[in-house]
Design a protein around this ligand. Structure first.
Ligand code: OSB
Ligand code: MG
Length: 367
């Protein structure tokens, strides 16, 4: 299979409601889309890099640069027999996994279409529907957080994740727990704490949290290991895990008990599947994280989540939570059981609305 042409587009999509984490607030998503052409087929990928380099070192602008200057040119005209080979064609660039994943995932989608099978099937996914949770950003006050949780539970979501940061933590946890004693609840700090917050983090143990996601520095497994030894709440690593080697290192020092797998952060489907397989073999539960994706990235997340190790509900939820109108059809919906049905049609299993994409396009480039 020869990659004949690559198209890169930046689209701009306003979020239905702003999303706030410990590192900032997003109201408008700038999203980079990749379209690969070969043998009359198209493969779609999405770059999950955010607008600013606050979650990790990448931003949409660094990804645009990496893809245009290094990654896309290295793939043009190359022939491959399986998407596993894609990274071999990339130049030796350190990091920039989200930029790489945009292309890598597009190749998988494209290959699934060429084989006339669903991407989930190509990846080896067995689950027919996936359990879904929601990630709720930092709200104005506790009352609006409780209201939002109630609404999501009515929609059918099975687990609620709330974002916390210093001075926006224990009071929220207490209030949510009091209102919803049986709720599957977890918190995500996005690296907002240090070991000096040990007493506070230890106090979370009283609230039966499923896990605390990335409490400490994005690149510090040693401190997470020390923290995990001292608290009962399982630690889930997000930012710290960029590869299966990171997963191996983290588990070898018990820096976490759960791993959040994000396609962009780990560099694509091959790496995501390796982390999944490694964790599964060690009875470490994994779940699929989200980066406020459009329908294309979301559909990739659904396919990934069909692997059997994804036993915990992911941050993969319905299009309507993010967008007034998504760029795929039909929109991604959840069932009354709080699941998403894994599509069985070839590739991503959703139609891409090119007309809508064109309306949203801010810049584009062809290779
Ligand atoms: O840490 O999981 C995170 C969004 C942007 C950056 C980081 C994170 C998130 C989310 C949202 O939690 C997940 C989603 O709903 O897509
Ligand atoms: Mg997170």
């Amino acid at each position: 299979m020869k990659i004949e042409k690559i198209e890169l587009k930046e689209i701009s999509m306003p979020l239905v409601s702003p999303f706030e984490t410990s590192f900032g607030r997003t109201t408008l998503r700038r999203i980079l889309l990749v379209k690969l052409f070969s043998d009359g087929l198209i493969g779609y990928g999405e770059c999950t890099a955010p607008e600013h380099p606050f979650y990790n070192h990448e931003s949409i602008d660094t990804a645009w640069l990496m893809i245009s200057e290094y990654l896309a040119p290295s793939l043009i005209g190359k022939t491959f027999s399986h998407p596993k080979e894609v990274s071999r064609f990339f130049p030796q660039i350190r990091g920039h996994n989200m930029a790489k994943a945009a292309l890598e995932t597009a190749v998988w989608e494209f290959y699934a279409k060429a084989q006339n099978i669903a991407l989930s099937k190509l990846l080896g996914g067995m689950l027919k529907e996936i359990p879904c949770g929601v990630s709720i950003g930092i709200q104005e006050n506790i009352a609006s957080l409780l209201k939002k949780i109630e609404k999501e539970l009515l929609e059918g979501y099975r687990r609620i994740k709330i974002k916390i940061k210093p001075n926006h933590d224990i009071d929220l946890i207490k209030a949510v727990r009091k209102e919803f004693p049986k709720l599957q609840l977890m918190v995500d700090a996005n690296s907002a704490y240090t070991l000096s917050d040990l007493q506070l983090l230890k106090s979370f143990d009283d609230y039966n949290l499923m896990m605390i996601e990335q409490p400490l520095e994005h690149d510090d497994m040693i401190d997470h290991s020390e923290l995990q030894e001292k608290i009962n709440t399982p630690i889930c690593l997000d930012e710290s895990i960029l590869s299966v080697d990171d997963a191996r290192r983290a588990l070898s020092i018990e820096a976490c008990k759960i791993i959040n797998i994000k396609l962009g952060r780990v560099g694509g489907h091959l790496s995501a599947r390796r982390i999944h397989d490694y964790s599964l073999a060690r009875n470490i539960p994994v779940w699929c994280g989200g980066m406020l994706e459009s329908g294309i990235g979301r559909a990739h997340n659904i396919a990934l989540s069909s692997l059997i190790g994804f036993v915990l509900p992911g941050d993969v939820s319905a299009s309507s939570r993010y967008w007034h109108q998504d760029i795929v059809e039909p929109e991604i919906k959840i069932t009354s059981k709080g699941t998403i049905i894994v599509p069985t049609t070839p590739g991503l299993g959703f139609e891409v609305n090119e007309k809508r994409i064109n309306e949203l396009t801010q810049r584009s480039k062809r290779f």
